[in-house]
Design a protein around this ligand. Structure first.
Ligand code: NAD
Length: 785
């Protein structure tokens, strides 16, 4: 056997195996790019040795045999694959073959040849399906299978929401087979994986595998729960002709209710095709779904017939592929990075590899649970995915390529930066007066600000624009300040001298003076800014604003009990405990004390927020205690009857029974019989009183903020007022500012260039203000800009 013969057999066996895993099991073990390389190698060998081509070679066949678990379906018109091209030259070659095949005059150096009309469509990355309509009614759905025999997935396709079960309008052929792709949008894929992680189910490496795996389910209920969509791109068997062009066919199908790509276009000649490819390539990341290329098809149906087919693909169509988003590489090592909150995160160091045009040598691994989920070992061959602007990720291990000397990934016992102990975080779940503790996915270095990495990140965050906004202190300077021992807490920034700064690399006399005055200028921060700057885990800008608006003084924020914090809008129990334990911590208290000693004057707002004051009633508080079997109604009855927490706790049985049925009355007594529950409730009540509130059983009808309860959206470019300021002003009036428009939106402020959000607002009939009207509106509320 010659070497070529040998390699051909080897490649065929390997490709058959990959085809089976990809098309039948929906569980490929290598990325498409690797498959394509093997496929092209086989194709080239067969082209050089045509006598070795056999009809069962993967180059001559489509897909893989149908799974016998499904009923089999025969395709009257075979479902083929597509030839593909990566380079412009290959595309020009394709156009030349088409022109010659159609016997059209081909161009010379000066152009002048006939220009073929092509339809241009995105190549959706999903699963090909055939939908058979008889007299306009969907009677069968099938997969492509091996092109001749597919699987009957009728029940499953019916669950795909945009597949019409009945065609609209009239005039369709009695038998009409529509072909297209079932796919999953990027957002749908993210959502599905998040849910799968939550329920401990199987996650998917990419939207294509997710779509294929979801559609080919024996239990259609599973398919129905998955966010699948359909896009039609052609016809199979039809009992009567529809139009004389491909685009004409698709337009007619669209009129009958079939989803057709919005990107469908007509191109005259190959240059327009190449323009289309470039244009979509630039917009690829912004599309809602994943595409792996574009498909060009000769538009005239007569010409398509004239050109005909090769073994596995039509001669009149081609897929022009984009650079792959997944590639194979080797995991050289796993290093651990320490973040601002001390989280010790594994990072994959990879053998550099080009993915979608960019060289990747690191990838995030999120946490140790993810390492375990992937079954990752150092030395493994892994699949790296770089979708859009997202940080590259390791999505899969190619276990069959694991070397013998592969090593497990181990979390270090000590912090790689400061040597402190590394601890696994604990997840505390609190419900119905009980705490359950489980192990968290995150490991933390316990060194806090004594850890250089955490200190640097904390200072970088502290000085950042949206926090204390100290201009002139970049990451490099912060690193120097920390490394030289000049700064060991955010408070030390306020003790820096001119001499210390001017000696730093990159600083001269003027820049040092500027930095000192920027530091001095930051001494009167608003409360929200200051809270955000502290870098409390899970407290972003929004939560910081809520804390400031509701509690209105640093002292109250510092003292607030977790059960009190949960009264604040959008603050859940977990965040409440994070905030509380941050301020309980002696080290953090000391830093705040020192900051105040250095002359920081935090701009408290004094008065407790009106919204907050209005949200606390005795009934509401009892409801929040989460007493088993006592809902909001029961809680209100207790409040009405007893008027104070003390009275409820000491109530006798008869009085209690007057307020509640026996089961609930018992539950209340049992709940308050537990010392810890009693104490938590009394402490919360006392604190709320200390904060200046008094109980009343009716919700206080206070004059809340004028825009309380309203959601506003800002869109377009605002010229009279910056977006941040507009947002702040709206929030100061009690509105919530959201990023997207929905039926719940109260008003949309649309500046010049507003696009889809404005369209949606108009569609929904929402109130829309232009910028001038908005500024006038603010002025009406006493706000000038
Ligand atoms: P293909 O996916 O490259 O192209 C044909 C398919 O494109 C059609 O069947 C259809 O489903 C789809 N398509 C999307 N948009 C279309 C449009 N507008 N018009 C027409 N068709 C459109 O070819 P294939 O034969 O389905 O699969 C081969 C490819 O699958 C390989 O190139 C490889 O990338 C991948 N594959 C990977 C593995 C693996 O192990 N990773 C194994 C087998 C195949």
């Amino acid at each position: 056997m010659t070497a070529a013969e040998n390699r051909i057999l080897e490649l065929r066996a390997e490709l058959d195996q990959h085809n089976y895993r990809y098309h039948v099991l929906d569980e490929p073990s290598i990325p498409d790019a690797e498959y394509d390389r093997l496929f092209h190698e086989l194709k080239a060998l067969e082209a050089a040795n045509p006598e070795l081509i056999t009809s069962d070679s993967p180059t001559q066949r489509v897909g893989s045999a149908a799974l016998s678990a499904f009923t089999q379906v025969r395709h009257e018109v075979p479902m083929l694959s597509l030839g593909n091209a990566f380079e412009e030259n290959d595309m020009r070659e394709f156009d030349r073959r088409v022109t010659e095949g159609l016997d059209l005059p081909s161009g010379d150096l000066f152009g002048g040849g006939a220009e073929v009309e092509y339809s241009c469509e995105p190549k959706l990355d999903g699963l090909a399906v055939s939908l058979l309509y008889q007299d306009g009614v969907l009677v069968r759905g099938a997969t492509r299978g091996d092109g001749t025999t597919g699987e009957d997935i009728s029940v499953n396709v019916r669950t795909v929401r945009n597949i019409p079960l009945k065609l609209q309008g009239s005039g369709w052929p009695a038998t009409l087979e529509v072909r297209g792709e079932v796919y999953m949008s990027k957002a749908g894929f993210e959502r599905l994986n998040a849910t799968q992680l939550e329920i401990g189910g199987k996650t998917f490496a990419n939207p294509r595998n997710a779509a294929a795996g979801s559609l080919r389910q024996l239990d259609s209920k599973i398919t129905a729960s998955r966010p699948l969509e359909f896009c039609c791109y052609g016809l199979g068997q039809v009992s009567a002709e529809i139009a004389d062009t491909h685009i004409g066919n698709l337009q007619q199908l669209k009129d009958w209710g079939m989803p057709v790509s919005r990107e469908l276009k007509l191109a005259k000649g190959i240059d327009e095709c190449l323009d289309y490819y470039r244009d979509i390539g630039e917009r690829r990341n912004a599309l809602a779904y994943e595409i792996d290329g574009v498909v060009f098809k000769v538009n005239s149906i007569t010409s398509q017939r004239e050109l005909g087919f090769r073994a596995r693909e039509p001669r009149w169509a081609i897929a022009h592929k984009f650079p792959a988003m997944e590639e194979l590489t080797e995991l050289l090592d796993v290093e651990f990075q320490v973040g601002r909150t001390g989280a010790v995160t594994p990072v994959a160091r990879l053998k550099p590899v080009k993915v979608a045009g960019v060289t990747v040598s690191n990838a995030t691994l999120h946490n140790m649970d993810e390492v375990a989920r992937l079954g990752l070992m150092i030395g493994d061959t892994v699949i790296i995915r770089r979708a859009g602007d997202v940080i590259p990720q390791v999505v899969q291990v190619v276990t069959e390529r694991r070397p013998e000397n592969a090593r497990p990934v181990q979390i270090p016992e000590c912090c790689p930066v400061c040597g402190s102990h590394v601890e696994r975080t604990q997840l505390v779940k609190r419900s119905k007066g009980r705490e359950t503790v489980s192990e968290g996915a995150v490991y933390r270095c316990v060194g806090r600000l004594a850890c250089g990495a955490q200190l640097k990140q904390a200072i970088i965050h502290f000085v950042s624009r949206r926090a204390m906004d100290i201009e002139g202190l970049g990451e490099k300077s912060v690193e120097q300040l920390v490394d030289e021992g000049l700064v060991s807490s955010p408070a030390d920034l306020y003790a820096l001298s001119f001499e210390q700064i001017v000696d730093l690399e990159g600083f001269a006399e003027l820049s040092s003076k500027n930095l000192l005055s920027a530091i001095a200028d930051s001494k009167k921060p608003g409360l929200a800014r200051f809270i955000y700057a502290l870098g409390i885990p899970d407290v972003g800008e929004e939560t910081a604003k809520v804390l400031a608006r509701s509690l209105a003084s640093l002292a109250r924020v510092q003292q607030a009990l977790p059960q009190v914090l949960t009264y604040l809008p959008d603050v859940g129990l977990e965040v409440a405990y994070e905030i509380h334990s941050f301020f309980e911590d002696a080290h953090n208290r000391k830093v705040i004390e020192e900051l105040l000693k250095h002359g920081l004057e935090i701009q408290d707002q004094g008065e407790l927020g009106a919204e907050f004051a209005a949200s606390t009633t005795l009934g509401g508080m009892i409801d929040k205690l989460d007493i088993p079997s006592v809902g909001p109604g029961g809680a209100q009855k207790l409040a009405d009857k007893f008027g104070s927490l003390e009275a409820i706790i000491s109530a006798d049985w008869l009085d209690m029974r007057q307020a509640l049925p026996e089961k609930q009355a018992n539950a209340v007594r049992e709940f308050f019989a537990i010392e810890q529950n009693r104490q938590l409730a009394l402490d919360a009540e006392k604190q709320l009183r200390d904060f200046g509130m008094h109980w009343q059983s009716e919700k206080k009808v206070v004059e809340g903020l004028p825009l309380a309860g309203q959601t506003w959206v800002l869109t377009g470019s605002l010229e009279l007022i910056s977006r941040d300021v507009a947002k702040d002003k709206l929030e100061s009036l009690g509105a919530k500012v959201a990023g997207s428009v929905s039926a719940k939106t109260y008003c949309v402020v649309a500046g010049p260039g507003a696009g889809s959000k404005l369209v949606k607002a108009n569609e929904l009939g929402l109130k829309v203000l232009d910028e001038e009207a908005f500024v006038a509106f603010l002025a009406g509320h006493g706000i000038t800009v």
